[in-house]
Design a binder for this molecule. Structure first.
Ligand code: ATP
Ligand code: MG
Length: 656
């Protein structure tokens, strides 16, 4: 395999305003460089100092990093602490009355919870869990609506040293059963139902169904939070207990379980974009440290911020940047139960105005769909409270970035395009917004202390401009500790023998441009091989999205006798899906457009139009399914995380 070719050229550069830079937590490129230099000169000292200053310890650590059993690294291992204490108790002295969570429900009703109130709720629920026999190290599955109680449940587990595994409230009974079984969970916490976009999903009934599928004998109790007045279909007196009854007579204080730094905080499954989801196991102290450092540096956290991350707690973004990061640093944050398109596509903009949000963090998939549904809508709202925008989850196409920057951010707010993974625990490559000028589509530079690199098959660094494999060459505190119950898969997937087990292999391809900025080019699994050129998916997709007609695009390779692979593009237009002659005409126009934008080599041989693309429930394009469709194959791969199965049939019929 040779390197990966880059064909996209993006030169627009957006430095922070003087005002932003001067007030930023890391100010100017000198500030960024100074931190990097410290990390380079004394790696353990760098992380050790941060762990001392940003976390509260019951018993301080004396050793920063233990690599004896690499790649099973240990950080701060003789230190003792508690994550929930760090997220709540330590703020009580100075900000007990500060609002921790502004919760907006699907129907628009708003509830505010202060740090003191959150403390009592977490303690009561923690005591409730203890009364059910949950102890340190026990696994608890949380299958909840995206509400304050979901955060309370997670924090309560952390408080008593139980290991949570949150399952997104949109997953099916089968996916839930697999996760319960994998974790051998003792307790499941759920709700009667969740309401999103006006539609109710009966979480309790799905839980019953999951348990009925068998293999869940480890579960002794199911705690049910009453989210709505709807009565659950069945009630098993032995197994079920209402949340409100469980907490009713519990004390509202609860001594934290002091745990060693490496104690597992949670298990969480990856999104399943490229294969069967992996149960990622995270630590306590190292994980929390990663979230704190990035809240401060990447999100430039200020005491006066109203921070809003739109992810669901079912994903890593909802763990690191809702349940733990913002609470750890003592922020006021918005938690939103609903969806961006209900009651209409202006919901996000309305809420930013209403809650005077300063920091807004969302996903490219949301941005693209909101452009499609109403590119002018943000202009009807007062978004002047915003000072910083962020994206995560997929590469953001430069044109979607420009819209976000201009229309949402008023050309005033830096955008932090944050590259990271379930496995990395925290942002890894992202601009520090007061220090690093941004470029649309690039996640720019690694966070200080993160040794990201781009290498070829032999592990040698590739030249600027050349694509290769994204790796991290040193362990970092918030890194994945294991795949739950599968150490072999952990080693093979992330620390392959090809690199002597020394490099963390992210699974993404990337290149650096002439400024040293990093561009994610797509998944290694999705790289196309066209006439001897290896192409990532991101650049061709971004060229398509740059066309004014196009809202979204996904490209995949299909075997071709002469070229090796031909390029097949699936395209969603901003307007209606074209058919017949019109489809042919637009396809021709788009093929010529791509040839003109980035070159003939990347020109799609075939274009298919759909109303949507197959996506994971976290909103990522599942190209592996599109590959099968392009080849005319039946889909046999794991589709347990697919959001919209109906789209597959439409795309199957979409050849023009
Ligand atoms: P699986 O590992 O099961 O295939 P997944 O990789 O989609 O699923 P996540 O951990 O949720 O699961 O996603 C991490 C991936 O998302 C990254 O490896 C990368 O491909 C993509 N990603 C996340 N943020 C960005 C970003 N800012 N720019 C480009 N890609 C991103
Ligand atoms: Mg992945």
């Amino acid at each position: 395999m040779s390197g990966i070719d880059s064909v996209l050229k993006e030169t627009r550069l957006f430095p922070p305003s003087d005002d932003f830079r001067v007030n930023a937590n890391v100010s100017g490129i000198e500030g960024y460089n100074a931190l990097c230099e410290k990390a380079n000169n004394d790696y353990e000292g760098f992380w050790g100092d941060l762990a001392k200053s940003m976390l509260d310890w019951k018993k301080p650590f004396t050793k920063v990093l233990n690599s004896d059993n690499a790649p099973f690294y240990k950080w701060f291992e003789d230190g003792v602490m508690n994550v929930s204490y760090n997220c709540i108790d330590r703020h009580l002295e100075t900000k007990a009355n500060k609002v921790a969570i502004i919760f907006e429900a699907d129907d628009g009703s708003v509830t505010r919870v202060t740090y003191r109130e959150l403390y009592h709720r977490v303690c009561q629920f923690a005591n409730g869990l203890k009364s059910l026999g949950v102890a340190k190290g026990d696994r608890v599955v949380i299958y909840m609506p995206h509400t304050i109680e979901a955060v309370v449940a997670m924090q309560a587990c952390a408080r008593i040293g139980a290991i949570h595994s949150v399952v997104f409230g949109g997953f099916s009974a089968g996916a839930l059963r697999d996760r319960i079984q994998d974790a051998q969970a003792k307790i499941v916490i759920t709700a009667n139902e969740t309401v999103r976009g006006g539609k109710a999903t009966p979480l309790k009934s799905i839980t019953d169904e999951a348990l009925g599928l068998g293999g869940c004998e480890s579960v002794s109790k199911v705690v049910v939070f009453q989210r709505t007045s709807t009565k659950p279909e069945h009630w098993n007196e032995e197994r079920n207990i209402w949340w409100h009854k469980l907490v009713k007579d519990q004390a509202d204080t609860c001594e934290p379980e002091w745990v060693e730094a490496e104690h597992p905080l949670f298990i969480l499954y990856t999104s399943g974009s490229t294969g069967k989801p992996k149960g990622i196991q995270h630590s306590s102290a190292g994980y929390l440290l990663g979230t704190q450092v990035t809240m401060k540096w990447v999100f430039d956290y200020k005491e006066t911020d109203v921070y809003w991350c739109t992810a669901d707690v079912g994903w890593i973004t909802g763990h690191s940047y809702i349940a733990y990061g913002p609470l750890g640093i003592g922020a006021t944050q918005v938690v939103f139960e609903g969806v961006p398109t209900y009651p209409d596509a202006s919901r996000f903009w309305q809420m930013i105005e209403k809650h005077e949000v300063t920091t807004f963090y969302t996903a490219p998939t949301a941005i693209r769909s909101l452009i499609k549904l109403g590119g002018d809508l943000p202009k009807q709202y007062d978004l002047s409270s915003l000072r910083l925008l962020g994206t995560v989850g997929e590469p953001i196409n430069p044109e979607a970035w420009m819209w976000y920057y201009e229309v949402v951010g008023g050309s005033r707010c830096p955008i932090v395009d944050t590259w990271w993974q379930t496995e990395t625990g925290c942002n890894m490559i992202a601009p520090l917004p007061g220090a690093v000028a941004t470029k649309p589509g690039s996640c720019t530079l690694p966070i200080p202390g993160i040794m990201a690199d781009i290498v070829d098959e032999s592990g040698a660094q590739v030249d600027l401009g050349k694509g290769g494999f994204l790796v991290v060459s040193k362990p970092w505190p918030s890194m994945v500790r294991n795949i739950w119950g599968d150490s072999d898969r952990f080693k093979k997937t992330y620390f392959p023998e090809d690199y002597n087990g020394k490099l963390y292999l992210a699974g993404d391809s990337a290149h650096r441009d002439e400024n040293g900025y990093i561009w994610i080019m797509g998944r290694i699994d999705d790289v196309l091989n066209v006439s001897g050129h290896r192409l990532g998916t991101m650049e061709i997709e971004s060229a398509l999205v740059a066309n004014p007609l196009v809202a979204e695009a996904a490209v995949v390779g299909k075997p071709h006798e002469i070229k090796g692979e031909s390029v097949v593009a699936y395209v969603v237009l901003k307007g209606a899906r074209p058919e017949g002659e019109e489809a042919k005409r637009i396809a021709k126009e788009l093929r010529e457009w791509v040839a003109h934008e980035i070159g003939k080599i990347a020109q799609p041989d075939e274009i298919r139009f759909g109303d949507n693309l197959p996506k994971t429930r976290s909103g990522k394009i599942m190209r592996r399914l599109l590959r099968d469709i392009a080849k005319g194959l039946e889909i046999t791969a794991d589709t347990s995380t697919l959001e919209n199965p109906a789209i597959l049939e439409q795309l199957r019929q979409s050849a023009i």
